[in-house]
Design a protein around this ligand. Sequence first.
Ligand code: NI
Length: 252
Amino acid sequence: MIDTHCHLNDSQFDNDLENVINSFFVSGGDSIICVSADYPSSIKAKQIAEINDNIYYTIGVHPDDCNSYDETELEDLIITKSDKLVAIGEIGLDYFHNKLNRAKQIEVFTSQINLAIKYRLPIIIHCRDAYQDVLEILKKYSPLEVGVVMHCYSGSLEFARELIKLGVKISFTGNVTYKNSIKTKDVAKNIPLESMFFETDAPYLTPEPNRGKRNEPKYVFNTAKFVAELRGIDADELIKITDENAKKFFNI
Ligand code: NI
């Protein structure tokens, strides 16, 4: 199985990164996409991907770090990429953590969308309390031809359907397993299988029954099994479909 979004470059993995990666593969994992949130984590993601088989990477600046964004710096990382660069992300808008710099967030988001279109790379979107603005930007800048995934989706089913109509993929983390995630469960249960895939967002958002512990790529299976049960389908069958979706999306 593929963990399509994991922060192996997070300092929480500095002391035991090799063990974390090994236990994922021992558990039956196939590949991991190491996702970045700023310039230093993008450099680190590339290094991790370069020395490990079946680990890919992304580069990008998260909306929480939009003040550190430099377009030339990011473009240089694309020009000097390795063949394991699979996407731009995570990028987007976060009005939950920061309502006061919306204009700056939008500027940094659209700049990275334009780079993704220029270099034909799909994008991974982080969106919190900003669905309407994200939708408008997607319609205006049309990155849909390169591929768009809404990571850690937590919006409504209605909104998910609107995104899917545009060709956007929906990705679920461990938070779908949480007792109070009623809306997210509704989405996971009802959207078409060909529009979804799974991620851990490790070290964050550990799925049940390990909630509270540090998250790891190997727990991606728990989220997939949970959603398979929700939908009343076989977990292996679900994983087969969602892995195919992810492989196609990230071109791996
Ligand atoms: Ni993330």
